[in-house]
Every structure is written in structure tokens, then in C-alpha cells.
Design a protein around this ligand. Structure first.
Ligand SMILES: O=C(CO)[C@H](O)[C@H](O)COP(=O)(O)O
Length: 215
């Protein structure tokens, strides 16, 4: 089986802050997420800057496309992203257009289940469209309810599309996330809000490497 990946979500507001965090954590991660707040604040320029600085890493633009699937992602693709997100809550036509555009440009798509209530049903509809990842995601505003993305991911176990997992994953819950069905484990605030982001990312990497070495 392919090695599982570690993704850092840079939910920050300036390219400078993102680069400062990356100096500390970049060496430990496989995928660098240009988080939604950073995309809104700095736009595709953030994708370009990060891809130029980390050309061997997968750069993910978390643009959460909800409409205009064949158009909205174009600026991020031109800026050099390797993957972007589209919402499973969007229309089928949006998902299909986004996936078609991405794959025509050798870019991957993460289809984000954020706030989808009927996850099993929607996953069965979206998976055949061919996204590269289906993401089980407890969004920021639902994290306070204590919802556990590892538990929620179990609802997608019937789907063969590789899965990603996100939503408040921290060092103490990272091992459970790695041991779940997810292929891509995403963590944001627990890393960039830490006193020593590099140390948290290093320990997360150690957990992932141990898992990958034994599977
Ligand atoms: O997409 C997001 C929020 O919509 C975040 O990037 C994702 O939830 C990961 O960040 P955190 O680990 O802080 O929850």
C-alpha cells in the first residue's frame, strides 16, 4: 500500500507568517496546504510563492470550490498548485467540472465532505466522479461540538477512493488518525499555534513514519 501522507494546513493570513511556519515544519510534511484564510487574504500569489520555495512538496490550495468548478480553480492551477479542494455539498456539475479541469492539467482534487449530513449517500455519488481524495472534515465551526473526525471517517468505509481526514487533529489524536482508513492526515492549528511548531510536526512525522514502516 502507498505510504500515508502528512499535510500541514496553513490557516494563516499572510504569506510571511506561512513562510515562517514552513521554515520550521516544511521538512516534516508531504503536503503543504495553502489554507482557506490564506487563499482569501493573499490569493493565488500564496500558492506561487510556496510552490517556488518548496518545489518538491505537494502544494494544496484549499479553495473549497462551491460553484464555477471549471473556472474558479484556474488561477491556482496557473500558480502551480498540485491539488485543490471542491465541496461535496456543491452541485454534481460543479464537482464534475472541477475534476475534469484538474485532471486535464495533471492536478489532483480533494472532494471535501465538510458539513455534508448524508455522508454515506453523498460519498457514493461523488466517488464515481473520480476525485483523488474524499475528505472527512469537521470544520472549524463544528469543532467546538466535540465531533471526532476519526469516528466520522468510519461512515466512508464503503468507498474505495483514498480518504483524507481533518478537523482539530492534534499530537494526542494524531496516532488514531494515522491508524484510521485515511491516506492523508491533515493538521493545522495544533501545529502553527504551538509554541514550537517544528517539534510538534517532527513528532507527528515520527508517528506517521513508524506506521508506514510497519504496513
Ligand atoms: O479546512 C480547514 C477548516 O475549514 C482546516 O484547514 C482544517 O480543518 C485543518 O485545520 P485544523 O487542524 O486546525 O482543524
Amino acid at each position: 500500500m502507498a505510504d500515508k501522507k502528512f499535510q500541514v494546513a496553513l490557516d494563516l493570513f499572510t504569506i510571511e507568517d506561512a513562510m515562517r511556519i514552513l521554515e520550521q515544519v516544511g521538512e516534516y510534511v508531504d503536503i503543504i496546504e495553502v489554507g482557506t484564510p490564506l487563499m482569501v487574504a493573499e490569493g493565488a500569489r500564496a500558492v506561487r510563492t510556496i510552490k517556488d520555495a518548496y518545489p518538491t512538496k505537494t502544494v494544496f490550495a484549499d479553495i473549497k470550490v462551491m460553484d464555477g468548478g471549471g473556472e474558479v480553480p484556474k488561477s491556482c492551477i496557473q500558480a502551480g498548485c498540485d491539488m485543490f479542494s471542491v465541496l461535496c455539498a456543491s452541485d454534481d456539475a460543479t464537482l464534475r467540472a472541477a475534476i475534469e479541469l484538474a485532471h486535464a492539467n495533471d492536478v489532483m482534487v480533494l472532494a471535501d465532505m465538510c458539513n455534508v449530513k448524508n455522508m454515506e449517500e453523498r460519498a457514493a455519488q461523488v466517488a464515481p466522479m473520480g476525485p483523488d481524495y474524499l475528505c472527512c472534515h469537521v470544520g472549524f465551526d463544528r469543532q467546538a461540538t466535540g465531533a471526532d473526525p476519526v469516528e466520522e471517517l468510519k461512515r466512508l468505509s464503503g468507498v474505495s477512493t483514498p480518504k483524507a481526514i481533518a478537523g482539530g487533529i492534534k499530537l494526542s489524536t494524531f496516532k488514531a488518525a494515522v491508524e484510521s482508513e485515511a491516506q492523508d492526515i491533515i493538521s493545522g492549528g495544533a501545529i502553527f499555534n504551538a509554541e514550537k511548531p517544528g517539534e510538534v510536526a517532527r513528532q507527528m512525522r515520527e508517528i506517521l513514519d513508524a506506521y508506514n514502516a510497519s504496513h
